[in-house]
Ligand binder design. Structure first.
Ligand SMILES: Cc1cc2nc3c(=O)[nH]c(=O)nc-3n(C[C@H](O)[C@H](O)[C@H](O)COP(=O)(O)O)c2cc1C
Length: 250
């Protein structure tokens, strides 16, 4: 499959066979992910592979999704300025490393981590593997930080479960291009309302007819669902401060 087709065939998988993802494949995925672009070449991220079944079970509990504890290789993707802080201090002990926790460097570490993660996902898909990103590992971020011994200037971003799919979900239709691609400035949604209306229909049809978990919904209801989710993760700003991020004054 060519790369464009591969990317346009992306879907998340939540049901994996018992075929293991070998250590060689894991290593190949990480090495490939490391080739992603990275802000100021700081490579401000780490991946933690969860190979201890007990630890995986604890993380699955945090997500509240039992499939996370089942088949598949679990990575936790971490925004990481800790390594850079230590290396800077080692080279020059009086270096003030607090700037590595600034909004600018925090965002850059999340950007780095996300670009590397997406590269890993595409690499996995190119090998016939399926993946799912797991923001739900942040349902109890403090517990996750403790379980993984994450030091200051690190923050878990999400998990990625990778495995050989047992079954395939339907392709999920995306917003029309007019809704996400503007020319020379921002466009308000009422300027592409026809395209949005037609998307609502497309999405309704998708949810009514998909192979599993069929339901009546459209994009507006999905947004409502996000706003009324039980897990609002309101502790994240406090945890970011505790981890040494976003501590600069306005
Ligand atoms: C940051 C992020 C967090 C996500 N968290 C979860 C999650 O916790 N559980 C889950 O089942 N899927 C999760 N997903 C997957 C999305 O639900 C999925 O990508 C989206 O519904 C589009 O479906 P598709 O990937 O099959 O095209 C997450 C995706 C992203 C980008």
């Amino acid at each position: 499959m060519n790369t464009i087709d591969l990317l346009q065939q992306h879907r998340s998988y939540r049901d994996f066979s018992s075929k293991p993802v070998t250590a060689t494949t894991v290593s190949q995925l990480i090495t490939t992910a490391q080739h992603a672009a990275t802000s100021i070449f700081l490579q401000a991220y780490s991946f933690v592979s969860i190979t201890d079944p007990k630890l995986k079970a604890k993380i699955a509990k945090i997500t509240t999704r039992p499939f996370v504890g089942g088949n598949g290789h679990l990575f936790i993707v971490v925004a990481d300025q800790h390594r850079n802080a230590l290396l800077a201090k080692k080279a020059q002990p009086d270096t003030d490393v607090r700037l590595l926790g600034s909004a600018d460097r925090f965002l850059a570490s999340v950007e780095d981590a996300t670009l590397a993660a997406q590269t890993l996902i595409v690499a996995a898909e190119s090998l016939g593997l399926g993946t799912v990103v797991l923001g739900s590992v942040l349902n109890d971020t403090s517990a996750l930080i403790e379980l993984l011994h994450l030091p200051k200037l690190t923050m878990p971003v999400f998990g990625i479960l990778v495995g050989y799919p047992n079954s395939q979900n339907n392709l999920k239709p995306r917003l029309p291009e007019a809704a996400v691609h503007f020319e020379n400035g921002y466009q308000e949604p009422d300027t592409y309302s026809d395209a949005l209306q037609s998307y609502q229909q497309t999405l309704q049809t998708y949810y009514q007819n998909r192979s599993t978990n069929q339901r009546q919904t459209d994009f507006s209801q999905i947004i409502q669902g996000a706003l009324h989710a039980t897990q609002q993760r309101t502790d994240l700003l406090r945890i970011l401060h505790q981890q040494g991020f976003l501590t600069e004054k306005d």
